[in-house]
Design a protein around this ligand. Structure first.
Ligand code: HEM
Ligand SMILES: *[C@@H]1O[C@H](CO)[C@@H](O)[C@H](O)[C@H]1NC(C)=O
Ligand SMILES: *[C@@H]1O[C@H](CO)[C@@H](O)[C@H](O)[C@H]1NC(C)=O
Ligand SMILES: *[C@@H]1O[C@H](CO)[C@@H](O)[C@H](O)[C@H]1NC(C)=O
Length: 512
């Protein structure tokens, strides 16, 4: 029996029956909707939601991509439900401005991933605090003692030494295939640990001979991995998953305890020195630890801030360098132009940090890489402290907010031919990533903008310039470099899905 016959035979097409069924169904829909989510007037539009889980299943393991697809369909400001959590995502210049500028005041709290919900430490957090006094003081301390022009200047010798060690390591391993991520990460970790503690805390894994894995490097990787779990993009999981999130908090605590036990020894040693009557703060080469001790920091305060600096600073900067290298390998002509620029401006053997500002084409390549591969594609999660309005939509209090800078970098209304890697677009465009130009926001903008920008950029420019100045780079097995893949893996910093394995040899002009 076909369906129309079935309907006719059962008298289901009578107008009265039709009307009453429709009303009944409408009533059910409305009821269940009310039962599941209290409906809020004038939310930004978004995809239809399933009861309880909302849009969780649609978000998948590349949230920046699925959210960009939603934006194409529903507009530049969308709302989603991830479990119980209401989430708003901005994906256009106007929407980003509304969030990070116009309503910045109301939208600058944080939503804390499970891994970082460490009760005793959170009151000392920079990254996860509301914009309160603690947060202000910590940002000021970092700005003046770590990221100011004067601090960067005083870190120059140390940075040069760390890059020297990187190059020496590479010289020793010429002819081998190398996982460039690990050596860059190690260099950045040691640079930061020397600035903070005055000593290295990681070693290069010697390739081939059963690598010696160092404690801090491993531990940091674990923390970063726990903190960047995709399913925690919301700490939104309903019921059953709660257990799992508790597991993440506990696992992270275990790693923290191990790391802090090592730091405690260093801190206590130094506390005695800084506390002594002969201590004078115009000591040469003061470490950041000394500064924190001078400011009367407790061990907990030091643990939390230092851990946050390591987590926020190393993975992001490494990822930037790896993506630039990836694009340069894929685009031989761009690589040649950088090489020419370096040869034109740098005459000394090792590049002096003071001359990096002359490498303007390299800077354009870095910007173009930030556009296509922003290391933090959704920025860090913001949280609404008050209900407010963006683009005439309501954003209720406690909404979690993402800005999809990845989607904005590929928006054809903002960029010509957006999928093409073309650094030339930045050579005569006065567009920068310092938070003023909303087309390009790899560091965010407004009060929560990344405070580490000057330091991160210095490392990126310096390490890249040095790697290119010293060696010719290529892909192993005679593969076609222009076919090198650009698949992404989401995390605290978005990285390549496949490790970047490269071969390299000393530049010809250096030995002949
Ligand atoms: C290329 C490298 C880097 C990139 C792309 C980057 C990007 C970001 C982004 C997108 C945010 C969040 C902004 C927001 O929530 O709106 C952030 C926050 C932060 N970054 Fe960076 N970052 C980098 C390097 C660094 C370095 C080297 C440090 C320190 C050593 C650092 C420390 C921080 C801190 C402490 C925060 C939290 C600020 C707050 O919540 O008030 N970052 N970064
Ligand atoms: C700042 O906020 C954090 C949590 O957001 C809190 O733990 C801390 O105690 C606050 N500090 C001050 C001075 O209010
Ligand atoms: C960042 O940390 C994660 C987690 O340990 C690691 O898998 C990834 O390779 C790191 N990415 C970069 C670019 O260092
Ligand atoms: C918001 O509403 C006001 C008044 O209703 C209107 O003038 C304005 O153009 C609207 N803005 C946007 C972004 O739609």
């Amino acid at each position: 029996m076909d369906i129309p016959t079935f309907l006719r035979d059962n008298n289901l097409l009578s107008p009265l029956f039709f009307l009453s069924t429709t009303i009944f169904i409408l009533f059910l829909v409305k009821r269940t909707k009310i039962l599941v989510f209290k409906s809020i007037e004038n939310l930004p539009p978004g995809p239809p939601q399933f009861p309880l889980i909302g849009n969780l299943l649609q978000v998948g393991d590349k949230p920046h991509v699925s959210m960009a697809n939603f934006a194409k369909k529903y507009g530049p400001l969308i709302s989603l439900r991830l479990g119980k959590q209401l989430v708003v995502v901005a994906s256009s210049l106007e929407a980003a401005m509304g969030i990070l500028k116009t309503q910045d005041r109301f939208l600058s709290s944080r939503s804390i991933p499970a891994a970082f919900q460490q009760k005793p430490l959170l009151p000392h957090s920079l990254i996860w605090s509301d914009c309160n006094q603690t947060w202000k003081n910590l940002r000021t301390l970092c700005r003046t003692e770590l990221f100011s022009a004067k601090s960067l200047e005083s870190q120059s010798i140390l940075r040069e030494e760390k890059v020297r060690q990187l190059l020496d390591f590479l010289y020793r391993n010429q002819g081998q295939v190398i996982d460039i991520e690990d050596v860059v990460f190690t260099t950045l970790l040691n640079t930061l640990s020397c600035i903070i503690f005055g000593k290295d805390m990681a070693q290069f894994a010697d390739h081939g001979c059963g690598s010696t894995r160092d404690g801090l490097k491993e531990s940091l990787h674990q923390v970063i991995e726990y903190g960047g779990r995709v399913k925690d993009v919301g700490s939104f999981y309903p019921m059953l998953e709660r257990f799992d999130l508790h597991g993440l908090t506990r696992a992270t605590k275990k790693v923290f305890d191990k790391v802090f036990a090592c730091w405690e020894v260093v801190i206590e040693e130094r506390r005695v020195v800084v506390g002594s009557t002969t201590w004078s703060s115009d000591h040469q080469a003061l470490t950041f630890l000394d500064r924190m001790l001078e400011n009367g920091f407790s061990n907990e305060q030091i643990y939390q801030l230092v851990m946050e600096l390591f987590v926020a600073g190393t993975n992001t900067t490494t990822s930037t360098i790896i993506w630039v290298m990836t694009e340069l390998i894929r685009h031989k002509e761009v690589m040649s132009k950088i090489e020419q620029e370096i040869q034109k401006h740098i005459i000394s053997d090792q590049i002096p940090i003071s001359q990096l500002s002359q490498l303007t084409y390299l800077q354009a390549c870095i910007k173009e890489t930030f556009r296509l591969h922003p290391p933090v594609p959704l920025l860090l999660p913001h949280l609404a402290v008050e209900t407010c309005n963006v683009m005439n939509y309501t954003i209720p209090k406690n909404t979690k907010i993402f800005v999809n800078v990845w989607a904005m970098g590929r928006d054809p209304t903002l960029w010509d031919d957006p999928c093409r890697y073309n650094p030339e677009r930045f050579t005569d465009l006065k567009l920068d990533y310092k938070g003023q130009d909303f087309e390009l926001l790899p560091f965010g903008s407004g009060r929560r903008m990344c405070p580490g920008l000057p330091s991160g950029i210095k490392s990126v420019e310096y390490i890249l310039a040095s790697l290119i100045h010293e060696f010719d780079w290529g892909v192993p097995n005679g593969d076609d470099p222009s076919k090198l893949d650009v698949n992404e893996k989401f995390g605290i910093a978005m990285k390549r899905e496949n490790p970047l394995k490269l071969i390299f040899k000393q530049k010809c002009y250096k030995d002949c």
